[in-house]
Design a binder for this molecule. Sequence first.
Ligand code: HEC
Length: 144
Amino acid sequence: MFKNSIHIILFACFAIGLPLWAMQTNEQGGGNIHNCSGECYKQWREQTGGVVVVAAAQAAARAEASPTELGKQAYVGCVACHGPNGEGGIGPAIAGQSATDIAAKLLQYKNGETRGGQSALMWSQAAQLSDSDIENLSIYIEAQ
Ligand code: HEC
């Protein structure tokens, strides 16, 4: 008799406890952003804080770099057509030109103007350049 009631109690514990436990773990592991509070929120803040810090460090590194260095980095996208030293290839030689000339030409391409027979090749290139990209590139190419 005693043996039997122990079994019933044990069974009752499982029958009630197991679903309760399952519901609880479900809530914790849900990963629902709206439930993100306490430890979860702290982690999120630390992570995004980290991202902001990394971006700030990158911006600071860019701000410290000289125009020539920045131009050199941007010139990576020009090497295939203008050669590693601006000696020309698919595109004309650009080494030996003044920064002012290069900047003016790049601006023309950026504005979609036709300069030579293959200007279309430069339109897509120049469209991606910001004003400071153009400035840095021109300074770098002139210094070649
Ligand atoms: C897909 C090949 C290609 C790429 C990449 C390219 N160019 Fe050009 N570039 C050309 C061609 C072709 C011309 C001649 C266009 C024309 O007929 O007007 C040209 C022309 C130029 C000119 C004018 C030269 C002159 O004296 O008339 C400059 C300056 C120039 N490119 C700079 C750049 C810079 C800076 C980059 C990198 C951001 C670059 N190009 C990327 C193909 C390319």
